[in-house]
Design a protein around this ligand. Structure first.
Ligand code: AMP
Length: 394
């Protein structure tokens, strides 16, 4: 039987990330991104068999990009393409695992649009174009929220009137689920533990950031909520603020809901605090050169992250390890050490040389001798999405 390939598609509002993931080989046969879709600068960039290439698709939309992608995918996967997996940001309470895309599943996803009005419609665009362009291949949706459907009610309910939950789905859902599934499996593997009998704290720190408590392979709590704005300080998202901030800004400054939403999602977080950048690498460089805003942004980021991890520890029966992942978690010894320094009550401490050298794709333990495990685990959401899809299709 030939090893199977899955085409993984992740549609954003003006972009499509894609990869052809093989069941057995680690490197992707094909990977790339269509960017600035809908604008004159629209472009398709990809890497096939180690060679980079790009194609201008001026004013091309999601459908144009997927049409151009078709022959490239055929070259990468030939006749071994087993199916197409779509990353879908929100699965509500309907989807606790990956689902084959039939008419019922599509209708259920469409009905979830009010929960993720910016993302679900573009996810559907990609799905509908792919069904049209690859009519003979099975298509599967993999949801960012699905892994967190095991949260107990005391962790997922807000202290709001019950009808808002029962009739309108207002509850905590959590995101980054695919990443947490992948890194918790790897962490157990790296530690010689069984995932089904181990307890982890995890921090996914990329442009979006969250924490998660994972017990026996199940998510028991996570820092993001109804939307991916709740919780930690992120690149340009505020994370938690006083819920009365909305009315305060409306009353005192006359701001509209749209202005407040824009400010909390696009102008806040590391960017808002530093007044400089949403990018941690740039902030670390600026901090080294004495930039006060960058320095403050880093301090707030790490303190809030540590507070969230301490809160997540309430869900654990014991601590088998803390996992760092995502662009910042995988590459920033500074952020890891500053965060762990706030967690002395959990008895966490790092080995300085191990922390410094575990970057750029390296994985492994970085704790000081005799202290609880701290692991760096590079995430691979595309691989997890492909594995979930193959498991469903086979
Ligand atoms: P992601 O969304 O997972 O790609 O992560 C993006 C974030 O990772 C950005 O804030 C980057 O600045 C950050 N990042 C990537 N490499 C480094 C690095 N070497 N040091 C600090 N932050 C990094």
């Amino acid at each position: 039987m030939p090893a199977h390939n899955i085409l993984v598609i992740n549609c954003g509002s003006s972009s499509i990330k894609f990869a052809v993931v093989n069941q057995t080989h680690a490197p992707f046969a094909l990977s790339g991104e269509a960017e600035r879709l809908g604008s004159p600068e629209a472009v398709l960039n990809w890497q096939l068999a180690g060679e980079k290439a790009s194609l201008k698709i001026a004013n091309g939309d999601h459908r144009t990009a997927l049409t151009q992608l078709l022959p490239i995918v055929e070259r990468a996967a030939g006749g071994t393409l087993r199916g197409i997996a779509h990353r879908v940001v929100h699965g509500g309470e309907q989807f606790a695992s990956a689902r084959r895309l039939d008419a019922d599943a599509l209708a259920a996803i469409r009905a979830l649009a009010p929960l993720a009005p910016l993302h679900i419609p573009v996810n559907l665009l990609g799905i509908e174009a792919a069904i049209e362009l690859f009519p003979t291949l099975p298509q599967v949706a993999v949801f960012d929220t699905a892994f967190h459907q095991t949260l107990p009610e005391h962790a997922f309910r807000y202290a709001l009137p019950e009808h808002l939950y029962r009739e309108h789905g207002v509850r905590r859902y959590g995101f980054h689920g695919t990443s947490y599934r992948f890194v918790s499996h790897r962490a157990a593997e790296l530690s010689g533990l069984s995932l089904g009998d181990s307890s982890w704290l995890a921090a996914h720190l990329g442009n979006g950031c969250s924490t998660c408590a994972i017990v026996n392979g199940q998510s028991l709590d996570t820092s993001m909520g109804l939307t991916p704005l709740e919780g930690l300080v992120m690149g340009s998202r505020s994370g938690d603020v006083d819920p009365n901030l909305h009315s305060h800004l409306a009353r005192t400054l006359g701001w509209s809901l749209e202005q407040i939403e824009q400010m909390l999602n696009q102008d806040s977080g590391l960017l808002g605090l530093s007044g400089l950048s949403n990018d941690m690498r740039s902030l670390e460089q600026a901090r080294d050169q004495g930039h006060a805003g960058a320095s403050l942004a880093i301090e707030v980021f790490c303190y809030r992250l540590a507070k969230s991890l301490a809160a997540m520890s309430c869900a654990l029966p014991q601590l088998d390890g803390l996992i760092f992942t995502g662009g910042i978690g995988e590459n920033s010894p500074l952020i890891r050490s500053k965060t762990v320094a706030h967690l002395k009550l959990l008895n966490l401490a790092l080995d300085k040389p191990a922390n410094a050298r575990t970057i750029r794709g390296a994985s492994g333990p970085i704790q000081a001798h005799g202290h609880p495990r701290v692991l760096v685990v590079p995430t691979n959401e595309e691989r997890q999405i492909a594995l979930d899809t193959l498991a469903l299709l086979n």
